[in-house]
Every structure is written in C-alpha cells, then in structure tokens.
Design a protein around this ligand. Structure first.
Ligand code: AAO
Length: 497
C-alpha cells in the first residue's frame, strides 16, 4: 500500500527518533496536530536487547528479543495511550518494524532485554515469541562466517546474517505468522502503517506473504478497508544487484539517492549546482514519484551508518540543512519525512565518528529523558527537535497549502540561485551563491502582499518577516543577501497579509 492514509490534507511525516511514547503523545497534541504534521515514525516498539558495552547504544533497538511491547520508549499501555491520543488529533503513527532478524550471535543468555524476557543466543532460543533454532536461515547461507560478506551476491544478502544478526527464515509459514501477528497487534491498536527495516535483506516474495496477512486499519480512525501504509527500507544507490524496483509493487521504498544528491547540491560538492535540480525527481533517475519516501537525512546516515556518506546534510550544518529540507518540502516529488534527532558527542577521527553509537539523552540508570519544551518552543536536554525549527515547521505547512499543485514558474541564474512555484498557491526562492540575489520573478501567485515564512511568519494580521509584494500579473521583486541567516524566501496562499 503506497498511500500513507494521512488525514486533513496533510502531507509530511516526522521521525521522532528514540522519543518516549509519553512525549510523543504530548507532542501530537501540543505541536504536531496544530502545525499540520500528518504522522510520526516511531522507534521500534518491540522488546529488544539491552546492552552494557557500549552503554545502551541507540542501535540496541534494532536487535529484537521478541514482540512484547515494552521498549526503551515505554510500555504497552503508554504505547496504546500515545497511539490513541495522536489519532484523536489527526496525527498518524507508523511503527518501525524490525522483522528481518533478532539479536546478534554473541549476545549470551539471560534476561538482558527490555521487558525482561529470557532468551539464549547460543541456543537460538527466543521463548517469548517463540522462535527456535529451525526458524533461522543459517542452513541456507553459504558464506564461511554465516554473515553477509558481499553485497553483489543477492542470495547472501537475503539469506545470511546482516552484521551478525540472526536471520529469520521468512519462507516459513510459522515465522510469517508470528511476524504478522506482531504487526497486526499494532494495527489493531491504531497504527497507520510501518517503516519496514532492512527490506533488502528479505525476499520480496516473503514480504508479500507477510503483508498479505495484515489486517485493515482500525475503523475508529480510518475508513473501512484502509490498508496499512508500507515504507520499505532498501538502500539502492545504483551499484548493487538488488534494486528498489523489486519492492515497488509492495509499497513505498526509501529513496536514498535523494538525500545523497540534495546534500551534494547544497554543499556544492562534485561540481553540483542548484540549477541542475530543474528536473529534480524522476529526471534524476529516482524511482517513480508514487513509490518514493524521501528525506534529507535519516537516523543512520546522520551519524555515518547506512549509506550516503559525508554529503548528507544534518542538523550539525544547520544553514545548509534548513535549505535542503525547505527544498524537499517545497518540491512535489515523493512522500516527505522530516528527521528529529538528539545531540550526541560527535567525535570524528579519520572520518569515523567514535561516538556514533551513543543513545538518546538518558538518566544514570539508562532510562531515556523526556523532552522538555523551552519558552521559545525549542527543546532542551539534548533533543534537537528539527521539526520545531521555524523554517522547517513553516515549510511543512507550505507543503500542505500547495498540495496537489504542479511544479511551475522555474527560474535560475545558471548557478545556485533558483526559484519555483506550486501552481498559484506557493513560491520559493533560494540563493546558495556567494553573492546577492536581486531579481523580479513571475510567481504565478495572485496579487497582494505576502509574509515570508522563512525569516519569520504571519502572526495575526501582522508579519514578523520580510514582506513580498506580488503585482497584478504575478510578478514580485526578491532580494536575498548571501549573508542572510537563511538565504531563502517562501510565500504561500495562507501567508498573504
Ligand atoms: C551493531 C554494530 C555492529 C554489530 C551488530 C551486531 O554496529 O558492528 O555487528 O550490532 O552486534 C543498526 C545499526 C548497526 C547495528 C544494528 C544492530 O546501524 O550498526 O549493528 O542496528 O544493532 C545496511 C542495511 C540496512 C541497514 C544499514 C545500517 O542494508 O538495512 O546497513 N539499516 C537498517 C536500520 C539500522 C539498523 C539495521 C538496519 C539493522 O536503519 O539502524 O542497524 O536492524 C551498503 C549497502 C547497504 C548497507 C550499507 C551498510 O551501502 O548497500 O545496504 O546498509 O552498506 O552496511 C556507499 C555505497 C552504499 C553502501 C555504503 C556503505 O554509500 O554506495 O551502497 O557506502 O558502505
């Protein structure tokens, strides 16, 4: 299912990485609903391993122990309360489903798991599901290490262990049933769909069998017969035999080329310039528009995991980041996902971050801190909350206002100054050159005075930002200094004064 089931003409999803369920519930009510966010991608809600070395890394949640619903983010009743409260304010919840594997081989035996369930890695025994030895793929894998050693061999990518994680035998009806039971429990609780982890490592036919077992969405909040939204994580940068196209008919797929290229454009690396983005989207060899989930960065590549490398723009480079996210949200291609991160002690030695494992802000006992909101609406205690940055929130609103309108009225200076509109509903101008932009452009918008939603915003009948005067035939004058805090300007139908 390719449709995110988003309500009220909203368009974007935010990934509240590692947030506690109680904080997400509050955020839906106090911020996401009122500001037009369509949904939240949550961290994996199932039981996971708890690790001491390194201490409580964020990635312990990608090592399932079972499908009980207690995790670092909270317990089952907190999860249920959050899903209910978010749905009640029109914000969908998408769960991160880790169904390719369990924990890694050397994980020992005991109760070091988030709900305290006993398991044994040496015996491949996970009684809380239960999964036993015969539910794993080891006999099908042909590499000496039983791990994936070579990404150009599709069989080992699917049948061997991803970084040493026990690979589930999804060809078995029993395993498919257990995985589907887990996902159905979440659907019945009210989730609108899933981000499915590590899909490259599962056969499309097996995934199809799992998706075919899924219930329709809970009719307390969704029309009868609505199918769960599926986003499949497949990293395809065009250099391996497994391609995203194998998964497109099953659901949407993460378009990893998008963030890698957009980061390079705004950094002006590899000879890239904004002018080249005139045919952004399918024109750049991305997957068909109706299949793509797009993002500037994700929880992996913002810290050097996954793919995309140093070109990826993140909150660490906030000026470039705001422009890249603004570009993504203004452009019609794909379903858009905004990242919301926590800060960690980034420490890069020889291009490798020594602290790329560090988990969310936490108390001494390892429990995750809640997200405090400051008087200026930003977040405290190490939570970055990019989604609350004015420029980003306002572009999420922009995307809703221009929803359904075509890409139009392109202009460029053949370099890094470009502008485009969305029919007669919105217009955006970027200056990523090292000199001033000073130009009169056809915006396609009705005449009037508009408030820029980047340098400030419309408040009541006033405007805290630059004002843009559009004349009767849609022309407006724009002046953007290369030294502006944010060298871009955006106006839309609802920012008219
Ligand atoms: C941790 C430790 C490991 C340890 C393991 C078991 O870090 O050292 O062996 O535990 O003890 C997360 C973390 C992992 C962590 C894991 C389990 O990122 O570090 O392992 O939890 O706790 C591949 C997969 C992709 C995956 C990505 C990270 O295909 O699915 O690796 N992402 C998801 C999640 C992620 C999670 C998992 C999966 C596991 O988003 O958070 O891992 O549940 C190539 C391939 C990609 C491959 C990358 C990285 O990419 O194409 O498919 O991603 O390599 O291995 C250029 C190339 C590009 C290439 C890239 C990187 O850009 O063009 O193709 O370089 O080489």
């Amino acid at each position: 299912q390719h449709d995110p089931n988003i309500k009220h003409n909203r368009t974007s999803i935010v990934h509240l990485f590692e947030w506690r369920w109680a904080d997400i519930a509050a955020e839906c009510e106090r911020f996401l609903g009122p500001n037009g966010f369509g949904g939240v991608q949550i961290s994996p809600p199932n039981e996971h391993i708890v690790l001491d070395s390194p201490w409580r890394p964020w990635w312990q949640r990608y090592q399932p122990i079972g499908y009980n619903l207690c995790s670092r983010s909270g317990n089952e009743s907190e999860l249920r309360d959050m899903i209910t409260r978010c749905n009640n304010v029109g914000v969908n919840i998408y769960a991160d489903a880790v169904i390719n594997h369990m924990c890694r081989t050397g994980s020992g035996e005991g109760n070091h798991s988030s709900c305290g369930s006993w398991f044994s890695a040496p015996k491949k025994d996970f009684p809380s599901v239960p999964f036993t030895q015969s539910d794993f793929n080891d006999d099908k894998c042909t590499t000496a290490s039983v791990k994936i050693e070579n990404y150009s061999d599709a069989n080992q990518v699917r049948d061997c262990r991803l970084v040493g994680l026990f690979d589930l035998a999804l060809e078995k009806e029993y395993v498919r049933d257990k995985v589907a039971d887990y996902m159905n429990k979440l659907i019945d609780m009210g989730v609108a769909g899933f981000r499915v982890d590590a899909c490259k490592h599962m056969w499309p036919g097996d995934l199809s069998a799992v998706y075919g077992r899924l219930h329709s969405l809970n009719t307390d909040w969704f029309p009868v017969g609505s199918r769960p939204f599926i986003v499949q994580e497949v990293i395809d940068l065009g250099v391996e035999p497994i391609t995203s196209s194998e998964y497109l008919q099953l659901g949407r797929v993460t378009e990893f080329k998008y963030g890698a290229k957009l980061g390079a454009i705004f950094r002006k690396w590899n000879g890239e310039k904004l002018v080249y983005s005139k045919n952004w989207g399918e024109g750049w060899g991305f997957m068909p528009n109706g299949n793509a989930l797009v993002f500037v960065d994700n929880h992996d590549n913002q810290r050097g995991h996954g793919a995309g490398g140093a070109a990826i723009a993140t909150f660490w480079d906030s000026r470039i980041y705001k422009m890249a996210v603004g570009y993504m949200l203004a452009h019609p291609y794909g379903v858009t996902r905004v990242m919301s991160s926590f800060r960690w002690n980034r420490h890069v030695v020889d291009r490798k971050d020594q602290n790329d494992w560090q988990g969310p802000p936490s108390h001494d006992d390892g429990s995750t801190k809640s997200v405090p909101i400051n008087a200026d609406h930003t977040c405290g205690d190490g939570w970055v909350c990019e989604h609350r940055w004015r420029q980003i929130t306002n572009m999420v609103i922009f995307r809703n206002v221009v929803n359904g309108q075509p890409h139009s009225n392109w202009w460029d200076n053949q370099g890094n100054q470009v502008a485009f509109g969305r029919g007669n509903r919105g217009f955006i101008v970027f200056n990523n050159d090292d000199w001033e932009l000073d130009v009169t452009l056809n915006t396609g918008m009705p005449g009037g005075t508009y408030c820029d939603v980047i340098s400030g915003q419309k408040e009541g009948s006033g405007c805290t930002a630059k004002q843009i005067h559009v004349d009767g035939d849609g022309r407006a004058h724009f002046k953007i200094s290369n030294s502006d805090e944010d060298p871009f300007v955006a106006i839309h139908a609802d920012s008219m004064l």
